[in-house]
Design a protein around this ligand. Sequence first.
Ligand code: ADP
Ligand code: MG
Length: 352
Amino acid sequence: QVAVSVQSASKVFGAGASAFTALNDVSVDIADNEFFTLLGPSGCGKTTLLRLIAGFEEPTSGRILLNGTDISALPPFKRPVNTVFQNYALFPHMTVAQNIGFGLEMQKRPKAEIDATVSEMLALVQMTQMAGRKITEISGGQQQRVALARALAPRPKVLLLDEPLSALDLQLRKDMQIELKRLQTETGITFVFVTHDQEEALTMSDRIAVMQAGNILQIGDPREIYEHPAHRFVAGFIGEINLLEAEAQSDGAFRVGQTGSLRAAEASAGQPATLAIRPERIVLSPGGTGGLPGTITNVVYHGTDTIVHFALPGGTAMKARLQNTSSAPLPFATGDAVAWSADPRSVSVLEG
Ligand code: ADP
Ligand code: MG
């Protein structure tokens, strides 16, 4: 069941010589009950896409469907959608409970219903003890919870969250990531979550859309996006990765420089190809046999793992991340010859 369907949506700001395409023919289907994340660097169009879904902005072309109904022409307040903004936008002179009940008051719901919903929301975000406090009398993390409770109170079908954790410090942000995921599971509301933080996206999302310069480059679950980036930008934006220029051979493997060949998860998409391999997927053998040749340039101990930097005969710099499974040092040192390999399933072939 599709909750939100964005169909060929474009957004151009301005006109003539100053026209700027913030979204370029974007299509995405977000499922009912899904924790869906828009991930990309600042300026790539994440907020613009959320604003189109919310109705604060009209698409230049394309349309937005909610549960199969075209809502492109509905004003924001008529859409069963609510937004949590980056700055929370709470009312400082009101209490926590008044803030949470505000949307329901506007809808002129009966008082008994409002009271019941506010109590439920206070419990959901674990703020029952703070109900009577003013917004100015609670911490940033608590304000974040109130903003969430206020947005959830009218029971929207879809909740849009625009970098809601970016104002919090690291530890609180980590706690709130778990909290948000719990809230989404408990309420069953579809979440469309925006972040520029790849780790946040990987830990919270059912699926991620990676955006760049107004385009969606790849959509997939966290494992697919991380293990099988389809695009050079996606590979580089999420985690660390080794990129290798290679030539497709007739047998389906890829020739890497003059030094040997590698098999990948798929056969060649075209010539020349770029291969991508995560540092933790590289297998190293001491000495020069059992893989492609390299020379170790640096070995850096990181506690849980060790990063071995090595160079290919053509000079390409590579990194392997090896787990420190015992207290003994790994058998690799700067200047040593090394042989490396990777399971074909861990070698991605990139576009773009
Ligand atoms: P993100 O949320 O990913 O950082 P935005 O969606 O806010 O990106 O912005 C995407 C691009 O569109 C940016 O280059 C921004 O400057 C531009 N933009 C956003 N809103 C407007 C507007 N109202 N008028 C002109 N340009 C805009
Ligand atoms: Mg933004």
